[in-house]
Design a protein around this ligand. Sequence first.
Ligand SMILES: N[C@@H](CCC(=O)N[C@@H](CS)C(=O)NCC(=O)O)C(=O)O
Length: 232
Amino acid sequence: MLDNTSHTIMNRWPAQFPDRIQLYSFPTPNGVKVSIMLEETGLPYEAHKVTLSDSDVKSTEFLSLNPNNKIPAIIDPDGPDGEPLGLFESGAILLYLAEKTGKFIGRNTGDKHRITQWLMFQMGGVGPMFGQLGYFHKFAGREIEDPRPRERYVNEAKRLLNVLNQQLDGQDWIAGDYSIADIAIAPWLRGLEYYGTKEVVGWDSYANVAAYLDRFLQRPAVQKGLKTPARD
Ligand SMILES: N[C@@H](CCC(=O)N[C@@H](CS)C(=O)NCC(=O)O)C(=O)O
């Protein structure tokens, strides 16, 4: 049974409802993947705000759950065999929650692997490349005079958007039915706006992608998940 003495992270972020999934996160593209999934599945959970500042993500308490000092992370008090399970890495958490509930992971084994393929495409491609684009366009990297890093990530973002645009031709969701692949990918598309990079990647030329993001943002669970945990 999980209680506030069970895990070091709870010394700093105590659980009010220890029988619920504990989410440690912040509403960034990686963070909201998990809050959206929790909203979509209807699993009971309790969200704790962990900011990206070193005083949070590099605290001893947070590192006890994720030694890689990044949100999101969870503890499921009712994990496999009824034992508590702590997890980090948003892709691993999405797969876990999908398997736990049997939701958003397709109808058969083939679907599951196709969905996993697109999930990995996000984890290894869209997330890291868009993140670097944001760094070189909006954050400290924009002060670097050499144009090559920025160009590299602009071109890579365009290439990935083109892949998505083709995949979405004639279909609403990335891998058949709505799935964890969409929950992973779409928040990063929204991130392009936050980074101020929509123009530089030629957003309007990816009509299928733009319509897909609008479709995603209309879902009530997505709207709730995007605001969880609250920033302040
Ligand atoms: N691959 C990781 C990436 C997580 C990640 O990059 N989290 C960022 C926020 S979006 C973070 O916590 N940054 C804080 C830091 O690096 O100190 C995942 O998908 O969970």
